[in-house]
Every structure is written in structure tokens, then in C-alpha cells.
Design a binder for this molecule. Structure first.
Ligand code: ATP
Ligand code: MN
Length: 525
């Protein structure tokens, strides 16, 4: 990958009062506690607050528009252009701001496959951020640190606030990617996920354009028969939860590349939601919350250091970041083969989509381009209309290029390898409750172990997808969501509404789609 640096990077921060390079987790935890950045939970995890921002701020994420990006990036509300000069002056201001301060730096990799990896340099002011990067990015071996020449720098200074009038930002907080300077500047927010998703966006630019390699917002795991599976899905649909499977080796929970030889993780750790986390439902993730892991925005039970996973007072988006080997059966290096099965995860709050259905190649492309999920808006399904999200490729927020670039690459790969594609609804049905996690796990296992190759299917009346009519350990009324509704008319009404929303959303992609893909959409409305 090309490296073109005009501004010195770590060396420039030499005006910092104190600098700690590549500290171990134990050292960073001591620093974080001494600095008042966090507290130890009784299980040993470090509990921190992200402050005002408890999630990413997509509207304050920019890409510098220059020679490299001007014609390649799909500019708009997702990829907001930023001026090179403004970037450079903001960078200088941030470096000045660091004078006399303490910094934590780290060398890391993004990309488990050595041929496709990016060498990272991270500069933090918070020890816990540096621990987050230790956990989430790949950790070079000690000998690999000799002569380590970074390709890309993350400068993350939450205490530094931009002056919008002067700096060209919308707000005081910002995350700005510069593909020429090979640098990400983050300020005004302490949400650690900005660092991880910033690098993801960089790889989503570089891999397709420079390496003809597909990048994906998906989790991955591998079975005992060496079969690889991918799980695409928007936030909260179950990528992390469902890729952690005691029967299969975890490759990664969020970001992967698909090269000629197979898939590889971009990261060295996981970033799991912990709201309502329980040992019973998610034993592997529950056990990963321990010394070395970083918790975000959780609270302790009154008068103790026991984590209260049910507490939503700071945010619903409570998280834990841990290195991948905290999951017992993780695969290292995190590299898999050519996927045999692909799951598109969606949390359908209309209660319409079956927990599992099989897609034709045309339907697979249609659903990939649509990238649907939803949230329950009020308290009851069917009372207030759910809030829908259609995010192309199940991750448009992180994709600098036009979605059709990724869709075409995936389409070619799926056709070449005859991949099975399944649509999984991890959301709701007519019972007003979220589909039981054990039923979701059962339908996925049945797809993976071949059980669903032997059963009868029926085409869904509205979406045309093939719905298995039996599956071990899953009751028939769960497999067919219309049976979970008290009133068939109500189901039809919801299904019709959802089909309409799909059609409306797809209009903007119509011109890019062939007949096969168009026919993959709803069959009745
Ligand atoms: P992100 O991209 O934000 O990391 P994600 O796709 O990894 O999101 P998860 O972290 O796996 O999403 O979140 C799924 C959440 O939904 C978890 O809190 C999980 O416990 C809960 N859940 C409830 N029912 C189900 C189900 N049937 N299938 C999957 N997850 C479920
Ligand atoms: Mn996840």
C-alpha cells in the first residue's frame, strides 16, 4: 500500500511531557486507574465511561477530498468532503494541544492476512483508549516491532475540541480520514469505536481499489469440517452474538476481507454489546468480560463492583472490548476459507420475515443492496410503525465507494463459489417478543450442518423467499411467522407495508440492477 507522508507523525508529538509506547494491558490498566479514567469491576475488567458520546457520530465523520479520493469516493451525507488545508491546520492544532501532555502510543496491525494488512500507529491521550486499541487491533509479535514502519496513523485526542467556524467541522467533535496523509484525526469524542470504524472505512477504500479485494461488515466463523460462514448485518442484528458458537471457531465478529484464497479478519478482538448480557444466553461473551477487557458505559450494582448488565441509564449501547483469544475457541491467525454459507442478519420489527429463509442469487443481491433492519419504535409491535434502516451492503456508513462496487464483487464471488445464502430474522414476530436466541441458534446450526437441505420449503407470499417447513428444535409456528400472529389480516397488513418500504428504498438502485436482481424483491404488495 502506498505511503506518502508530508507531516511527521509520532516524532512531532515530541513536545508531549510524557510518552508511553506499547504498554502491556496490566500497565495500561494501572495508568487508567491512576488517571481516574476507570474502575476495576469485581471480575477484573476495566470499566470506563465514553462521556458525552456513547456511540459513533456519523454526521461528524469526514473524508479529505483530494487527488486520491475526489473521483473514487461516493460523496454525500455518508461521505462528507473535507478540505486538505483545513485538515493540515487541524492536525497542527492537535499537535500543539499535546504540548506538555501525556500520550500513549501503540503499533498494531489491521488485517490478519500478512499480504493485506495495514501497519498502524495509534496516538492516544487516554490509557484506556490505548488498551482498547491493543484489544481490537492485531498485536505484532515483539520481534515485529523492530523497524516497524507504520502505513497509517490514528491521532485520537478526545479533550481537543474543534472550533467549527475556523476548522471547517460541523461540531466540536470530528473524525476525519485522510487517504493521502494516511491519517485519521479524532477529537471532541471519547467513543472508542470511532478508531475501529475509522480504520474499517480506510480498508473499505483501499482493499477494493488497490487490491481487488472485497471488504465486508460481517462476522465469520469456521466449523469442524473446515467450512467457513459469514454473518452480515447492521448494528444490533447479531453478528457478534451469533458468530460466538461453541461448536465453531471464531474468526472475527465484525470486519473481514474476502481475497482469492478466503476470508480474513481485519481485527484482533471483539466489541460486544453487553446490554442484558447473561451467562446463560451468551456464555462465551460473558466469560470474556475479565481482566484485560474494557467495559464501556456500564454501571455497578449499588454498593458493589458487580456489573449491572441491565442498567440502561448511560446508554443501551453498553459494550466490552476484548482480544479475540478471550473467546475460548477463537481461531488464530483469524483466517478462514471460501465461505460456504452466508447469513444476512436482520432484526425485523414488523414481525414479518421468517427466522430463516433461503435466497436465490437474485434475492441475495437484492437483500444485500437493500441492507434492511428495524427497531421497535414504541413498546408494542404493530402499534407504532417500526423505525426502519436500509443501509446498503449492511454497512453503508463505513463504505467510501458506491455500494454497487461491493455488491458486484460479492455477487461474482457468490456465483463463482455457489455460496448458500440465508436471510435470518433475529428480530420480532407476532408474539411481540424478539425471536428466542436459542431458536435463532438452532436455525443457523441446521443450515450449517445440512439439516435444512432435507426438508420441504414454501415460498413466502410477500417476499418470495424459500421458507423451510421444519427444523430441529424449532416449533412450526416460529418458522412461519404468520402463524405467530393472532390475526392473519394483521400479518398481511404488516407484510404489505414492509414490502412497500423495500420497494421505495430500492428505487435508487433500480438503474444498477439487472432483471434477476429486480426479481429478487418482494413478489406481492
Ligand atoms: P454491532 O455491529 O453494533 O457490533 P452486532 O451485529 O454485532 O452489532 P450484537 O452485538 O450481536 O450485534 O447484538 C445483538 C443483540 O441482540 C445482543 O444484545 C443479543 O443478546 C440480542 N438478541 C436478542 N435476541 C437475539 C436473537 N434472536 N439473535 C441474535 N441476537 C439477539
Ligand atoms: Mn458486533
Amino acid at each position: 500500500m502506498t505511503t506518502q507522508q508530508t507531516l511527521p507523525k509520532t516524532e512531532m508529538v515530541s513536545n508531549a511531557a510524557e510518552r508511553f509506547d506499547n504498554l502491556s494491558p496490566a500497565e495500561l490498566i494501572e495508568h487508567a486507574v491512576r488517571n481516574g479514567e476507570g474502575q476495576l469491576a469485581e471480575n477484573g475488567a476495566l470499566a470506563c465511561d465514553t462521556g458525552e458520546f456513547t456511540g459513533r457520530s456519523p454526521e461528524d465523520r469526514y473524508i479529505v477530498k483530494d487527488e486520491i479520493t475526489a473521483d473514487a469516493v461516493w460523496w454525500g451525507t455518508i461521505n462528507i468532503p473535507f478540505d486538505t488545508d483545513k485538515f493540515d491546520s487541524l492536525h497542527r492544532k492537535m499537535l500543539d494541544f499535546l504540548a506538555g501532555k501525556r500520550i500513549y502510543t501503540r503499533y498494531a496491525y489491521a488485517g490478519a492476512h500478512p499480504d493485506y494488512r495495514l501497519k498502524l500507529e495509534v496516538i492516544n491521550t487516554l490509557a484506556w483508549h490505548n488498551l482498547f486499541c491493543h484489544n481490537l487491533f492485531l498485536r505484532p509479535k515483539p520481534e515485529e516491532l523492530n523497524g516497524f514502519k507504520p502505513d497509517f496513523t490514528i491521532l485520537c485526542v478526545p479533550e481537543f475540541k474543534a472550533n467549527p467556524a475556523e476548522d471547517g467541522t460541523r461540531n466540536e467533535n470530528f473524525a476525519i480520514l485522510n487517504l493521502s496523509r494516511n491519517m485519521i484525526l479524532i477529537g471532541g469524542t471519547a467513543y472508542a469505536g470511532e478508531m475501529k470504524k475509522g480504520i474499517f472505512s480506510v480498508l473499505n477504500f483501499k482493499l477494493p481499489t488497490e487490491r481487488a479485494t472485497l471488504s465486508m461488515h460481517a462476522s465469520a466463523n469456521k466449523g469442524q469440517k473446515e467450512d467457513t460462514a459469514l454473518f452480515f448485518g447492521l448494528s444490533g442484528t447479531g453478528k457478534t452474538t451469533l458468530s460466538a458458537d461453541p461448536q465453531r471457531q471464531l474468526i472475527g465478529d465484525d470486519e473481514h476481507g474476502w481475497a482469492e484464497e478466503g476470508v480474513f479478519n481485519f481485527e484482533g478482538g471483539c466489541y460486544a454489546k453487553v446490554i442484558d448480557l447473561s451467562a446463560e444466553n451468551e456464555p462465551q461473551i460473558y466469560r470474556a468480560v475479565r481482566f484485560g477487557a474494557v467495559l464501556e458505559n456500564t454501571k455497578f450494582q449499588e454498593g458493589s463492583r458487580a456489573i449491572d448488565y441491565t442498567d440502561r441509564s448511560k446508554t443501551e449501547n453498553t459494550r466490552v472490548a476484548y482480544p479475540i483469544h478471550f473467546i475460548e475457541n477463537a481461531l488464530e491467525p483469524s483466517v478462514g476459507g471460501i465461505p460456504e454459507n452466508i447469513f444476512f442478519l436482520t432484526a425485523d420489527a414488523f414481525g414479518v420475515l421468517p427466522p430463516i429463509s433461503k435466497l436465490t442469487p437474485g434475492q441475495a443481491m437484492y437483500h444485500f443492496i437493500s441492507g434492511y433492519t428495524a427497531k421497535v419504535a414504541g413498546t408494542e409491535v404493530g402499534v407504532t410503525e417500526p423505525q426502519t434502516t436500509f443501509s446498503a451492503c449492511f454497512g453503508a456508513a463505513f463504505l467510501p465507494l458506491h455500494p454497487t462496487r461491493y455488491a458486484e464483487m460479492l455477487g461474482e464471488k457468490m456465483a463463482k463459489h455457489q455460496t448458500n445464502v440465508w436471510l435470518i430474522n433475529t428480530g420480532w414476530n407476532g408474539t411481540q417478543k424478539r425471536i428466542d436466541l436459542k431458536h435463532t441458534r438452532a436455525v443457523i446450526s441446521a443450515a450449517l450442518n445440512g439439516d435444512l437441505a432435507k426438508v420441504d420449503y414454501q415460498n413466502h407470499a410477500f417476499f418470495g423467499v424459500s421458507v423451510p417447513q421444519s427444523c430441529p428444535e424449532v416449533p412450526n409456528e416460529v418458522l412461519n411467522p404468520e402463524k405467530s400472529w393472532k390475526n392473519q389480516g394483521e400479518y398481511d397488513k404488516q407484510a404489505k407495508r414492509l414490502a412497500e418500504l423495500f420497494r421505495e428504498n430500492f428505487r435508487k438502485y433500480e438503474e444498477f440492477a439487472n432483471d434477476e436482481i429486480r426479481a429478487g424483491g418482494p413478489v406481492k404488495a
